[in-house]
Design a protein around this ligand. Structure first.
Ligand code: PBG
Length: 323
């Protein structure tokens, strides 16, 4: 009449809970995103993303030292250039904002792994992730520019490139571009299943990359689609992606889990700006316990199957983990 099997037996003591815990979060899992702007001495907090800043290169270098000292292995860089144009030329200028930032950070903190986001949206005046003609975002001319951008990042010393544009065939174009220039050992982490999401709202303020007309639904995925993500991931792996990413993370844990099940490459998940801002906003109202919510969210992303988590919480989480 009373239970023989009592799952609570292994739950009632913290030592035992530690021993049977299935998922453990580590500072090694994190990548911290940074937003780089022109100038010197600039460190401007992003209003919708408290604790995150737009930083000039000198300040970013200081921040990189702190990130490294917290034990976080990697950063991903986003650049906001002063000059934007229709072709996003600053994206593949060898002396552009990202290229200079990569050189400065690698020189100051060589052990910190520097990933660059490869996309045009921060560099185009229309804010789209590619070349626009008659209101359409063109695929094939765009991937040629993305390849040039990736090569330019590698030349500056980027350890890995991460295309986030969602054009077809861009991994092939980037891989060929890198290989032709001798960067055969530079890995590609592709934003393989990237959804057209409202969760990117705060990022677009941070990166000043809001599309000036229309939206990104002709290239980013429909949030309603699950099977299509497997097609996108399979294509990117075939084209040579070394690591595949699902983005956003929290509303897409099923996708992370499917990718983990079906493919044997490392899986990254991007815990995006809107997911971060919701936590910050609720915590500032005193409605949730920020640290516990943060750790629970990050644990859930890891539990779903992510090996790597890109997150604005990385510094706080590293501190919470005792890093
Ligand atoms: C650029 C890019 C975006 C994000 C990462 N790379 C924005 C977008 O696609 O509109 C979003 C990151 C975030 O919200 O934290 N293509």
């Amino acid at each position: 009449m009373f239970p023989i099997v009592r799952p609570r037996r292994i739950r009632n003591n913290e030592v035992m809970r530690r021993m049977v815990r299935e998922t453990s979060l580590s500072t090694d899992d994190f990548v911290y995103p940074m937003f780089i702007v022109e100038g010197t001495g600039v460190r401007k907090e992003i209003s919708s993303m408290p604790t995150c800043f737009q930083e000039s290169i000198d300040k970013a270098v200081e921040n990189a030292r702190e990130i490294h000292s917290l034990g976080i292995p990697a950063v991903i860089l986003f650049g906001i250039p002063d000059h934007k144009d229709a072709e996003g030329t600053e994206a593949y200028n060898d002396d552009g904002i990202i290229q200079r930032a990569v050189r400065a950070i690698k020189e100051a903190v060589p052990e910190l792994y520097v990933i660059t986001d490869v996309c045009l949206c921060e560099f185009t005046d229309h804010g789209h992730c590619g070349i626009v003609s008659d209101g359409e975002v063109l695929n094939d001319p765009t991937i040629l520019l993305l390849a040039r951008e990736a090569v330019s990042h590698a030349k500056a010393g980027a350890d890995m490139v991460a295309p986030s544009d969602m054009m077809d065939g861009r991994v092939t174009a980037i891989r060929e571009g890198l290989d032709e220039e001798g960067y055969t050992d530079t890995p590609i982490m592709s934003y393989a299943a990237k959804y057209a999401s409202a969760f990117y709202g705060p990022f677009r303020e941070a990166a000043e990359s809001t599309p000036q007309f229309g939206d990104r639904r002709s290239y980013q995925m429909d949030p309603a689609n699950r099977r299509e993500a497997m097609k996108e991931v399979a294509l990117d792996i075939d084209e040579g992606a070394d690591i595949v990413m699902v983005k956003p993370a929290l509303s897409y844990l099923d996708i992370i889990s499917d990718v983990r099940e079906q493919f044997d490459v490392p899986v990254a998940a991007y815990n995006v700006s809107g997911e971060f801002s919701l936590v910050k906003a609720a915590a500032s109202m005193g409605w949730v316990d920020e640290e516990r919510i943060m750790m629970e969210i990050l644990t859930s992303i890891k539990r779903a199957g992510a090996d790597i988590i890109l997150t604005y919480h990385a510094k706080d989480a590293a501190r919470a983990l005792g890093g």
